[in-house]
Design a protein around this ligand. Sequence first.
Ligand code: HEM
Length: 473
Amino acid sequence: MQKFITENSKDPPWPKPKPYTANIFKRLFRGWNSWLGFLNEWDYRIKLGELNILGLPVFLVNDANLVRRVLIDEVDNFPKHPYTLWILEPLIGRAIFSVNGEEWAFQRRLIDQAFQIANLKRVFPSMSLATESLFKRIKKSNNLSFLNIDKEITLVTADVIIRTILSRELEQEEANNIFQAFSRYQKNAGRVLIFRFLRLPKKFIQSTLNKDALLIRTWIQKIISNRLEEYKHRKERFIPPRDLLDSLIQAKDQKTNKSFSERELIDQVCFLFLAGHETSASSLGMALWLVAFDSRVQNLMREEVDSVVGERGLDEMLGVEDIRKLQYCGAVFNETLRLYPPVTFFIRARSQSNTNFEVDKHKSRCPLGALLTLSPWVIHRHENHWTEPNKFVPERFLGNNFESLRRNIFLPFGLGPRKCPGASFAQQEAILILAEFIRRYNVSQVKAHVPNLIGFLTLRTNNGIYLNLSPRS
Ligand code: HEM
């Protein structure tokens, strides 16, 4: 395999896997504070892992052909596992992410339509305004040499999502309450899977999530009711959409002639908040950390951004056409998603009947009801798939190196029919924010601070991401 030349001989930080143990209780215990603790060293080398958790057959699917089979070729035979619904139902009801069959297909048709109406160009001004507010906040900060960038990024990605979905601006108090509830929810939800493995009843398990879910849902419900009320007083149902909520209200399924009901709208918006905010905050925070980690990469990004910006001043933000030209910045973001995929794993169930998995002529029986784990975290760091998997090398995603993407081993947004419809939205937002940072600041590490990564629903740190920003002269 080709070796990469990197300036930084160190690997960027990651929680190293623990030595092998077959003891399930030990592994569940290790995974209590972060599911990454559940993983054994061995899991990063094998093509297919098999274990039995208190009677439930569980597979870890790392082989590229099997990944393709589960997520693309036989997607109907491997639907979302019912535990996905268990974990998310209190917050997102029966929204698109956790349901299957026609119930999913109907929602996907409407969501795709809504994303087409509220296209990337249309949402760009909202992203740009939120980014401007971010830099105003940072400018006012009196401690740029020790700035918790995780906090700032969490605010700006919340601001982007509130503006693009609901056309509202982020008010500090509102944001604090709602986004703290989101982060508590996702922390508790991460543990739900462990409770379920231990066979605790659904009602008990979901009761640990209800309080935060209710707080968020009540807030979103009020906004949606007001918007629908507004529609009632308009003569025509179609108005030029201001935001994603308008697009979701106006989307109509050609097959069934139905639109989303009020209840369904609340479910979708709750999910879009969760999907669009936590994931973007996670990846952007780590992208900035990596930029500080590797000055070679930072210089290359700056050269690219400066050449695209030309003589324009900082008061003129990057435009949508500029973002498309920033190929290297895009590669940096992709490499961040490889090393730190915000969604570290997803689960599927074997439905229909028993089947066999064949890897290197070895057959494993996959029984009906088995739980399959596909983990971008593990697959992206797997020895078979990547040269020097733990190194930070954005060049993997440029030119011919890009080939790896075709082998079903780069899946931060999933693969196949259930692939994330927000991928381009997230990429546009991330490149804009990263590039605007690079225009304004030299970003460097703060000595003795290393983000401590925790994997729950999404990958976050539990000790912030501290960086030193010095304004460019
Ligand atoms: C870096 C940012 C993001 C990442 C890494 C990400 C990742 C993912 C992944 C891995 C899935 C599929 C999981 C599976 O197959 O089980 C997914 C689904 C989804 N994502 Fe994203 N996402 C991101 C941003 C967004 C944004 C910004 C939106 C919308 C505003 C969004 C909306 C959705 C929706 C609606 C689904 C469900 C698709 C379906 O089930 O058909 N995501 N996302």
